[in-house]
Design a binder for this molecule. Structure first.
Ligand code: FES
Length: 116
């Protein structure tokens, strides 16, 4: 079974910008969405370098200062925003797990989750 979960309205995320979400009510952000150039990219908030490490050092701090890369605060891995591929750091060549984003005409952003 799958279920659709609304994350936010697209205007809630600056461009460029990122925001974390807790769509499964786990008490921590497990998914994040990056907005860049009017496009939206969602990934599981798990760094491929180590265990189930969350990327940001504080709420929603998923991007580097320039807003050009996703960054993992633990050991500084940089990831391409569009592909999720690690381009620099200890897990170079690995990738974040992408999550398809549905962008509805009313501006709402949704993802589909597997029901547990
Ligand atoms: S856990 Fe992300 S770079 Fe090490």
């Amino acid at each position: 079974m799958t279920k659709r979960v609304m994350l936010c309205h697209h205007g809630d995320i600056t461009d460029p910008g990122a925001q974390g979400f807790d769509p499964q009510q786990q008490g921590k952000d497990t998914v994040f969405v990056v907005r860049q150039g009017g496009h939206y990219y969602a990934y599981a908030d798990i760094c491929p370098h180590y265990g189930d490490t969350s990327l940001p050092w504080k709420k929603d701090a998923y991007l580097d200062v320039a807003g050009e890369n996703i960054v993992c605060a633990a050991h500084g891995a940089l990831f391409n925003i569009r592909s999720g591929l690690c381009t620099s750091g200890p897990c170079q060549g690995d990738a974040l797990r992408p999550i398809p984003v549905i962008h509805e005409s009313d501006g709402s952003l949704w993802i589909t989750l597997e029901d547990e």
